[in-house]
Design a protein around this ligand. Structure first.
Ligand SMILES: Nc1ncnc2c1ncn2[C@@H]1O[C@H](COP(=O)(O)OP(=O)(O)OP(=O)(O)O)[C@@H](O)[C@H]1O
Ligand SMILES: [Mg+2]
Length: 326
């Protein structure tokens, strides 16, 4: 514009005073065009994100709501597995085979066994993350498939092997379990989960953001947040999957006290590698490669040669070696 305007003005075909004005107009006309190009780019990003969202949205859930079971009073729950077979997609062997056991009201049932035995799978089936290939699971006498999912999962609290935390504050991460909990209830849950001291040491206390997937917390702290959630949820059936595996001696004792209180009068399924934590269970179910190999109380099982007696003697020996090392 400047060059051509200059030439035209020098030829006398354009008033010299018009040249700056025309230049400004030309620049003004280009701005919206540049914006349109930017919108095009943004549209591309948005379309990409929408496609990814749609893929999640269109995914067919593996389990669906049942017609709904009769409403329950929040008393101790009963649950059972009846001849449950389960196999993960593409797995070459079943994860569970003919597994049956009962959780009586208020009882503590322990699942033990080597890694990969199917303990977590059994716990997840109780939460109906999947349905069994054959057999059935019941909660309070009703097949899990008759419940509406939300109604069913309201009655079960899970402290999982790896806890999922959202990139939000500790308070919000606890509220996931019980959205209408009061501040007092949250503070109480924090104290009972053995987290009070840690939360106090944080710059923003309960409002401290924990990072993507809780990256700013240690494994033990994440687990205690999960225990805090279970305490807040106050559900009649409790499932603990290796709840104390990441804890050190001092905090472990704190958390054990909290867990003992949580388990009192509540039906509990506890999965633990360390057998000292399952000694007091009403029933110990020993799983190996998806099958129940033994079941009974600690006294019954240590006395009979088998996997449980082996695991106990192995751990006692390991503990003795560790003590000798100290
Ligand atoms: N999502 C999955 N997809 C396919 N196979 C799986 C999946 N989860 C577990 N498995 C397989 O199912 C079997 C049982 O796994 P599970 O997690 O129940 O074991 P576990 O007893 O909880 O072991 P650990 O003590 O190590 O936690 C294993 O062979 C495992 O490889
Ligand atoms: Mg497991």
């Amino acid at each position: 514009m400047l060059t051509i305007g200059g030439l035209l003005a020098s030829d006398g075909k354009l008033a010299a005073t018009d040249v700056p004005l025309l230049t400004l107009l030309a620049m003004g006309a280009f701005l919206p065009i540049a914006e349109m190009a930017m919108i095009g780019r943004r549209l591309g990003d948005t379309l990409g994100a929408t496609r990814r969202l749609a893929a999640v949205h269109n995914e067919v859930p593996v389990v669906a709501d049942g017609p709904g079971a009769a409403p329950r009073v929040p008393a101790a729950a009963t649950a059972d597995l009846k001849a449950v077979d389960f196999r993960y997609d593409h797995a070459n062997r079943p994860a569970l085979e003919g597994v049956s056991f009962d959780l009586a009201p208020g009882a503590t049932v322990a699942l033990v066994g080597p890694s990969g035995a199917g303990k977590t799978t059994a716990a997840h089936l109780l939460l109906r993350f999947w349905d069994p290939v054959s057999g059935a699971l019941h909660l309070d006498g009703d097949d899990l498939r008759t419940y509406r999912l939300e109604e069913m999962r309201e009655r079960i609290a899970l402290v999982a092997q790896d806890t999922y935390l959202f990139n939000a504050s500790i308070r919000e991460n606890l509220l996931v379990a019980q959205p209408d909990a009061s501040d007092e209830e949250i503070v109480e849950a924090i104290a009972r989960a053995g987290l009070a001291e840690f939360v106090e040491s944080l710059p923003e206390g309960l409002d401290t953001v924990v990072g993507e997937r809780g990256a700013q917390l240690s494994g033990g702290q994440r687990q205690r947040v999960a225990i805090g959630r279970a305490l807040l949820k106050d559900a009649p059936l409790l499932i603990l999957d290796e709840a104390t595996s990441h804890l050190d001696g001092g905090t472990e004792r704190l958390v054990h006290e909290a867990l003992d209180e949580l388990m009192r009068d509540r039906t509990t399924l506890v999965i633990a590698h360390r057998l000292s934590t399952v000694r007091d269970a009403d029933l110990i179910v020993v799983l190996d490669r998806g099958q129940i190999v033994e079941a009974g109380t600690h006294e019954e099982l240590v006395g009979t040669p088998g996997l449980y007696a082996e695991l106990v003697s192995h751990q006692t020996r390991a503990a003795a070696t560790a003590d000798a090392g100290d």
